[in-house]
Unconditional design. Structure first.
Length: 401
C-alpha cells in the first residue's frame, strides 16, 4: 500500500510540476498582452483628435485621407490583391482564375487622364462622396455620369462584399472571397481606399503603351474608344426616354414607348454576372420592391431588366435567371435586343460596361424610374439603396397625374 501510495504521490508531483509550468507560461502571455494593450492605449492618447480617424469599430488611426486608405488596404486587402493591388493570387475554381488587379482602377472608372484622376482623388481626400457633389463640382470631372456610376458600384462591392463566380458551377466554392466591410469602416474610409487605388495607376507606363506613328509621336486616342466610341449623353431627369424594340424572355417583342400609361422601373444587367452584390442583388431587390408596392396597392408598375449581353443571354438564359431570382412573375420583364440597340440604350441610362474577359463584364448599375408619359423622374445608383426609399420614390412617381 505504501508503494502504491508512493507512486500516486510521484504522479501528483509530476503533474503538479506541469501545472506550475503551464501557469507560468499563461501568466507570461497575459502580461505581454497587457503590455501591448497599454502601449496601444498610450499611443492612442498621443493622437491628435483633429488628425485621427475613428472607424466604425472604434479603432483609431493617426492617418487620414488617402494615406488612411492605403493603411486599410495594407491591413485587409493586400494578401489577396497583392502589394499595391497588382493581383494575380490564384483562386481555385474562380471564373477569372486569379484575384483581379486593382492598380488599374482609374481605367475601370473611365479616368483616362492623370489630371482627371487627381481631381477625383482630391474630392475623396476631402471626404466628399462623388455622388453628392454640387453641380459646379460635377463639371470638374469629365464624363461625370459614368464615373460616378462606376464609383457607386465599386463602393457597394467594398461595403457589401462579393461572392466570386465559379468557373465550374458544380465545383467547389473559390476559397478567396471579398468580405463585407460594412460596419468595420466608415463610408469616408471606404472612399479613401478608392482614392488610394485610383492613385496606383502607372500613368508613365500608360503613355509608353500608346501607339506611335512614323514620326515617333503618339497617335491621338479618344479617351472613350476602349468602351464606346460615340457615347450618347445620358437622359436627364425631366426628359423623355428613348424608344427601343426589345425581346422578352418569352420570345415576345415590345417597345419602351408601348409601356406609356404605366410607371416603369428600368435597369440593365447580364445573367452571367459573377458578383452577388451586383446583378443578382439588383434582381432580387427589385422583386422585393415589386412585392412591397403591390402590398401598398401600387400595382400599375412595369419592371424591366434589359441584358446588355444579347450574344449569351438567349430567351432560355433570361428565363433561367428569372426563375432563379424570383422574377418570373407578372409585370416583370427580362429582355434584351440587338447589340447596336442595347449598348447605346444602356449608356443613355448611365449603365456603362466593358468586357473584362470572355463572358465577364465590368459594369455599373443604375435603376431608373419613368412616369406614365415616358419621362425620367428618378434614378438609384448601385444596389445599396434602402428598400423603403426606393418604393417610396416609385409610389410617388406612380401617383403623378
Amino acid at each position: 500500500m505504501r508503494i502504491r501510495g508512493h507512486v500516486r504521490s510521484k504522479e501528483r508531483g509530476y503533474f503538479g510540476d506541469i501545472g506550475i509550468i503551464f501557469f507560468f507560461w499563461v501568466s507570461l502571455v497575459v502580461v505581454v498582452a497587457a503590455l501591448f494593450l497599454m502601449q496601444d492605449f498610450f499611443e492612442w492618447r498621443k493622437v491628435d483628435p483633429v488628425e485621427s480617424t475613428v472607424s466604425n469599430t472604434g479603432n483609431v488611426s493617426s492617418l487620414t485621407g488617402i494615406a488612411r486608405g492605403g493603411e486599410i488596404f495594407a491591413k485587409t486587402c493586400f494578401m489577396c490583391h497583392g502589394l499595391e493591388g497588382v493581383g494575380g493570387v490564384r483562386n481555385t475554381n474562380y471564373i477569372k482564375g486569379t484575384v483581379p488587379a486593382l492598380d488599374m482602377l482609374a481605367d475601370r472608372m473611365f479616368l483616362y487622364e492623370k489630371e482627371d484622376a487627381d481631381k477625383v482623388i482630391s474630392f475623396l481626400k476631402k471626404g466628399q462622396s462623388l455622388d453628392k457633389l454640387s453641380v459646379d463640382e460635377k463639371k470638374e470631372i469629365p464624363g461625370y455620369n459614368r464615373v460616378v456610376a462606376q464609383y457607386v458600384a465599386i463602393r457597394e462591392i467594398i461595403r457589401e462584399g462579393a461572392k466570386p463566380g465559379k468557373k465550374d458551377p458544380d465545383g467547389q466554392d473559390p476559397p478567396l472571397v471579398m468580405q463585407s466591410r460594412k460596419g468595420k469602416y466608415s463610408s469616408r474610409e471606404i472612399d479613401w481606399v478608392i482614392g488610394y487605388l485610383i492613385g496606383l495607376m502607372d500613368w508613365e507606363e500608360e503613355e509608353e503603351d500608346e501607339d506611335e506613328d512614323e514620326d515617333g509621336r503618339a497617335d491621338p486616342v479618344e479617351k472613350d474608344e476602349r468602351y464606346v466610341k460615340s457615347e450618347p449623353s445620358p437622359v436627364e431627369r425631366g426628359e423623355v426616354i428613348p424608344d427601343a424594340e426589345l425581346v422578352e424572355r418569352t420570345g415576345d417583342t415590345f417597345t419602351l414607348s408601348g409601356l406609356r400609361g404605366k410607371t416603369v422601373v428600368l435597369g440593365f444587367f447580364y445573367s452571367n454576372c459573377n458578383l452577388e452584390s451586383m446583378c443578382p442583388a439588383a434582381a432580387s431587390k427589385l422583386v422585393r420592391a415589386q412585392s412591397a408596392l403591390e402590398a401598398q396597392g401600387v400595382r400599375d408598375v412595369e419592371f424591366v431588366l434589359i441584358s446588355f449581353d444579347p450574344t449569351r443571354d438567349t430567351t432560355e438564359s433570361l428565363d433561367a435567371f428569372a426563375r432563379k431570382h424570383g422574377a418570373d412573375r407578372p409585370r416583370f420583364r427580362l429582355a434584351t435586343g440587338r447589340s447596336d440597340v442595347v449598348g447605346p440604350l444602356a449608356a443613355k441610362f448611365q449603365n456603362y460596361y466593358s468586357q473584362a474577359s470572355p463572358g465577364i463584364f465590368n459594369h455599373t448599375i443604375v435603376i431608373s424610374i419613368v412616369d406614365r408619359d415616358g419621362i425620367l423622374r428618378d434614378d438609384f445608383f448601385g444596389t445599396g439603396w434602402k428598400l423603403d426609399d426606393f418604393t417610396d420614390a416609385v409610389a410617388q412617381v406612380a401617383s403623378l397625374p
